[in-house]
Design a protein around this ligand. Structure first.
Ligand code: ADP
Ligand code: MG
Length: 702
């Protein structure tokens, strides 16, 4: 039997099959429960009326009271046809604009009549408009339960055009709540509600839509956000406690020849942070529990070396280790770097990527299977089915956000004995709240110190009109023996266009930096593998002074002699991406520069991003700001992370405190009852099961 909560929305009076289809299509609302969980995204104080001369296009929704003076249809018959309703109050006049349902609206609205108008100001041709506002005659029927605060629901243009006004949403929600009375399941045990002083779910769901006052609204929000975050944490942490109890990690008790010799021969001393992180890893590896560690460190902080030394611990204990990189370029580079560090040591190391020749591949496979190959570096090719290890003890995944959860899960299948230790490295600093949510079951190590002698990269913003200044600066740097990156944006929707961008750019650059005086290399996604490798190599070896590229070079590439990073159309990049790109320079002892080139018309948000880039080199600060500006759902990596990221109400950028609280409560509960077996926690266990049916299977993911 279908519960009331799961009743199809079409059975709500005033909905029906057609509207139900529209709600499903645009907002993914299928059932009563879905509608109730379509939480308002803001509230407006409908006791407040704005005067027309106070209205500012930056305001969100506003309400005003005015008299309709005039109505006219502009551009009749054309595709731009619109109805403009002029409304006036004692302070001025304002246009209300309608593009759809014109005839119907025109018949309904009466001139010289007072209306309450509610909508979002927009700026069009320098004039403020309200597009498709709600209009009511004062003292017409009141909305249910409004005592000042009224919910505003997110919607789509197409729904609005079909008559789904804010008023209709409110009415539908109100009707649904009536039907659900007595049928809303509590999802937190009573003892927790009491102990944490949280509002019961049924009340919270009512207050969130129709708050009696601000205090109740806040209590309702807290309750619902807590619940949402709490269950994510409880699920992740229970996973972790399973692992801790299992005790099936491979113990690596010793550190011996392989590690010590490499360590002794390092041309520099490890930073304090590298040492600390190695100690953390070391203690995981000898514990007998499986390590699952996230290693965060800003670009250039020396993660590769930490990865190598960790892998050598595996080797010292008779196991194999592998390092996976997101791109072939990076895998090559890691292989070269690591081979250099290991040059006089006898540690068989292999490189396996998409372009490894079949014969060589076959040999690698054999040596992996019989255990003679100790260290394998590669790309995704590494986790293809045919690769079988003799005894894989440690997996390091570099720049993890390119690897989906699925791919991590497949690693698990590479062994039949104990699962390998796993270390995930990322140079995209992740805000704490996001890390707790995406990797809440992992232990986290942070390299928060750069090797000595690094100078912060000087970041400068130039409009494209000052290109010649930038070119002469580049010439100067090149004369001093340095190298320059020029990066063009990559738009997913149109690889072709990217390429055109880059091609035009490349032509301009070769004209401004002609051969034989200069040599310009080019790297992009549509190139043949060998061409890409050839050009990349020219740059790495210092034979090309300029590398023109799409953002494929974003991650990992290490050319210490490159001191200038020019980013074209910088406004089209996200903050984290800009920071990643900037991390390609500033790797040597010389002062480095990052030049952000943009067009002239910049959005407010783009300006903020560029300003921040010029102000700070701190990756964590940038990551926090990125999350604030874009919202956690859009952050790089989260989309592919596999974690169901459709938080209904909590916001990782804003609800850090509730998240910490939820995590702490979840930890407390699991400390006392690790597998949630006690009677009082039965509801928690059940609810986790209900939720897990809607999300990924975490049990296979390490
Ligand atoms: P990440 O992967 O964290 O961005 P890398 O591992 O590529 O950084 O290291 C950047 C550069 O710094 C490399 O050339 C590496 O050899 C060098 N490096 C690493 N650790 C140190 C250290 N402790 N002192 C000096 N240089 C270091
Ligand atoms: Mg790296």
């Amino acid at each position: 039997m279908v519960s009331v909560w799961d009743t199809n929305i079409q059975f709500l009076p005033g909905v029906g099959p057609k509207r139900a289809r529209e709600l499903d299509k645009d907002l993914n609302i299928k059932t009563f429960g879905d509608l109730i969980q379509h939480f308002p995204f803001r509230y407006i104080d409908r006791t407040r009326f704005y005067a027309i001369n106070q209205i500012d296009p930056e305001l969100a929704y506003i309400q005003l009271r005015g008299v309709v003076r005039d109505m006219k249809i502009i551009g009749a018959g054309s595709r731009k046809q619109r109805l403009v309703v002029m409304i006036a109050d004692p302070t001025g006049t304002l246009d209300l604009v309608f593009f759809k349902g014109i005839k119907w609206i025109k018949d309904k609205i009466k001139t010289d009549t007072e209306y309450i108008v509610f909508g979002k100001p927009t700026l069009f041709n320098g004039k403020i408009n309200l597009v498709h506002p709600d209009m009511d005659i004062p003292d017409s029927q009141g909305l249910p339960g409004i005592a000042g605060l009224q919910a505003v629901y997110s919607s789509t243009d197409s729904l609005r055009d079909k008559g789904f006004t804010q008023k209709l949403f409110s009415r539908l929600v109100s009707q649904t709540l009536t039907r659900l009375e007595g049928h809303i399941r509590e999802t937190l045990p009573d003892y927790l509600l009491k102990h944490l002083k949280l509002m019961p779910r049924a009340i919270a769901l009512e207050e969130i839509h129709f708050p009696k006052d601000l205090k109740n609204l806040q209590a309702a929000q807290t309750r619902l956000k807590f619940e949402e975050l709490f269950y994510i944490q409880l699920g992740l942490l229970r996973q972790r406690s399973f692992r801790m109890r299992a005790g099936d990690g491979i113990p690596f008790p010793k550190v011996a020849e392989a590690f010590n010799e490499c360590y002794r021969k390092l041309p520099f001393a490890l930073t304090g942070a590298q040492k600390r992180v190695l100690r953390e890893i070391r203690s995981d590896l000898k514990s007998g529990r499986q390590m699952n560690r996230l290693l965060q460190g800003d670009v250039g902080s020396g993660k590769t070396l930490v990865a190598l030394l960790s892998a050598l611990i595996a080797v010292d204990n008779g196991y194999q280790a592998c390092l996976m990189a997101p791109t072939e370029i990076l895998a090559n580079q890691h292989f070269n770097t690591i081979s250099k560090f290991l040059k006089d040591q006898d540690i068989p190391t292999g490189l396996l990527t998409g372009s490894t020749k079949p014969a060589e591949r076959k040999k690698l496979h054999e040596n992996l299977r019989d255990g003679s190959l100790k260290l394998l570096i590669g790309t995704h090719a590494l986790i293809q089915d045919t690769v079988i290890f003799h005894n894989l003890g440690l997996v390091v995944i570099d720049e993890q956000h390119r690897f989906g959860v699925e791919q991590r899960a497949r690693l698990w299948e590479k062994t039949n004995g104990s699962p390998p230790h796993i270390m995930v490295m990322t140079a995209t600093p992740i805000p704490r709240t996001l890390a707790m949510t995406l990797y809440g079951d992992l232990d986290v190590s942070v390299i928060d110190e750069l090797p000595p002698g690094r100078q912060p990269v000087q970041t400068i913003h130039y409009p494209a009109s000052r290109r010649s200044t930038v070119y002469s600066f580049m010439r100067k740097q090149i004369r001093q023996g340095r190298q320059v990156y020029i990066v063009y944006p990559l738009i997913r929707e149109s690889e072709k266009m990217d390429y055109e961008n880059l091609e035009t750019g490349y032509r301009d650059i070769t004209a401004a930096f002609p051969a034989p005086l200069y040599s310009v290399a080019v790297v992009h996604g549509q190139q043949k593998m060998e061409n890409k490798a050839f050009d990349m190599n020219m740059f790495v070896k210092g034979q090309a002074q300029i590398l023109v590229a799409t953002s494929v070079i974003e991650v990992g590439v290490d050319v210490p002699n490159a001191t200038v990073m020019v980013i074209e159309s910088a406004e089209r990049f996200g903050l984290s991406q800009l920071h990643q790109l900037r991390g390609r320079v500033g790797r040597g002892a010389e002062t480095s520069y990052c030049i952000l080139m943009t067009g002239n018309a910049l959005s407010k948000e783009a300006k903020e991003r560029l300003k921040l880039m010029c102000e700070t080199n701190n990756g964590f600060e940038i990551a926090e700001a990125d999350m604030r500006l874009r919202g956690p759902g859009d952050l790089e990596g989260t989309a592919q992370s596999g974690l169901a990221f459709d938080l209904h109400i909590a916001n990782l950028a804003k609800d850090g405190q509730i998240l910490e609280w939820a995590r702490m409560e979840a930890l407390n509960i699991l400390n006392e009852d690790p597998l949630l077996e006690s009677q009082k926690n039965r509801l928690l266990k059940e609810q986790l099961e209900v939720l897990s049916r809607h999300t990924v299977d975490f049990s296979k993911i390490s």
